[in-house]
Write a protein that binds this ligand. Structure first.
Ligand code: PLP
Ligand code: COI
Length: 367
């Protein structure tokens, strides 16, 4: 049993007791959708104040028992990550920038007063799960294995203080398109009553509570006939921040791009960062600057703004065609996918899928 370098942590393998049949798996993989189907293994690692990280296991995926007084159920001390494994043309499997997820996981841990997980343990846990479940990579167009590492306070205690026990788990879910509609561009609803994150809050952390708070405005967006909600800043209710699970980019008629800055209230998306680099590689100017809702509307109407897109691991690059709010709606460009949006998406996806060179060393090939 090999230990993860410099950590002394050893993974125990527990075999599957009743593996799924190849036919059943093929039926799942033919139409994976997003987030409803799961692979057969999971990783669990425990943390206690006395022992630190211990009991790393890769074994059959299944329910976990929780005491009703488990701290996470009361005070939401929980964080998570999202990354994908891709099948490459040579049949190998690869992760995309897993160390960036490991780093962000620890930033989230610090904000939520949780223990940090050594980055090599994070990456090793994900690698082991993908190797165990490599048959779960869908071969449908755009398919991947979505990986969800998460950590929560598992101590049985009702006092309000950082817990002294945590559980880290990684599960995997075969994924196709995030958006069910399959529409070429999405329509987004501006939340003017609710905000997602305030300065000094947890907006830059990937913690479950942020998503719980986004559900009412997201439901409002759906009720109003739109796909996603976009949030404005909490101080002036003026500056465009991000969607519930994606960052935003704007493309102007002079070929420049803009994305809201990492002000502490938005998530530092790894897709956002990768696109920033790829766009600059192409010689494009990208500004990380605040952009107001009023300016957005004015630029869309004048034609200065020609494209807009959302980006994230789950959603990849998704064109935004229409924006609506209490003050009416506006269309961006033709209302469909823009050319630069498509070019940047193609560049990114080709690297992730091993169909283009990887000049920035983002791809981590597994076996
Ligand atoms: N913003 C939020 C709130 C998210 O949940 C996500 C998804 O992870 C993103 C942005 C995009 O981040 P990434 O590109 O790292 O997936
Ligand atoms: C991801 O893109 O990985 C996310 O975590 C977003 C979530 C809304 C599915």
């Amino acid at each position: 049993m090999a230990t993860v370098a410099d950590t002394g942590l050893q993974f125990t393998n527990r075999p599957l007791t009743s593996p799924i049949s190849a036919d059943e798996r093929a039926a799942v993989l033919a139409n994976p959708g997003f987030g409803t189907k799961f692979s057969e293994h999971m990783v669990t690692i425990e943390w206690t104040e006395e022992r630190g990280w211990h009991d790393a296991v890769i074994g059959p995926r299944g329910p976990i028992a929780l005491d009703p007084a488990c701290a996470v159920l009361h005070y939401a001390q929980e964080i998570f990550e999202g990354l994908k494994a891709y099948r490459h043309p040579d049949g190998s499997v690869a992760l995309f920038r897993p160390y960036a997820n490991a780093e962000r996981f620890n930033r989230s841990a610090r904000r939520l007063a949780m223990p940090e997980l050594p980055e090599n343990v994070f990456v090793e846990s994900v690698r082991r799960l993908v190797e165990a479940d490599r048959d779960w990579l869908p071969s449908v167009e755009g398919g991947s294995l979505y990986l969800r590492p998460f950590m929560f306070a598992s101590e049985v205690f009702l006092g309000v203080r950082p817990a002294k026990e945590y559980k880290y788990i990684v599960i995997a879910s075969p994924a196709g398109n995030y958006f069910k509609s399959g529409a070429p561009a999405v329509s987004i609803w501006v939340s003017q009553e609710y905000t997602r994150a305030a300065p000094g809050g947890t907006g830059a952390a990937k913690c479950g509570g942020n998503y719980a708070a986004s559900l009412v405005p997201q439901a409002e967006a759906i009720r109003e006939g739109h796909d996603q909600v976009v949030f404005l800043d909490a101080v002036e209710n003026k500056w465009v921040e991000e969607l519930g699970g994606m960052n935003l980019y704007f493309v102007f008629d002079d070929g420049t791009l803009l994305t809201p800055p990492l002000s502490g209230t938005i998530l530092a998306g790894i897709t956002r960062d990768s696109l920033l680099t790829l766009a600059r590689d192409e010689g494009l100017t990208v500004r990380e600057e605040r952009y107001s809702l009023d300016q957005w509307r004015e630029d869309a109407k004048s034609g200065r703004l020609v494209e807009c897109f959302a980006c994230g691991t789950a959603a990849v690059v998704t064109p935004v065609g229409k924006v609506a709010g209490h003050d009416g709606e506006f269309t961006i460009g033709s209302g469909g996918p823009g050319q630069l949006t498509q070019e940047l998406k193609d560049r990114l996806v080709a690297i992730q899928r091993g169909e283009a060179p990887d000049p920035h060393g983002w791809v981590m090939k597994l076996s």
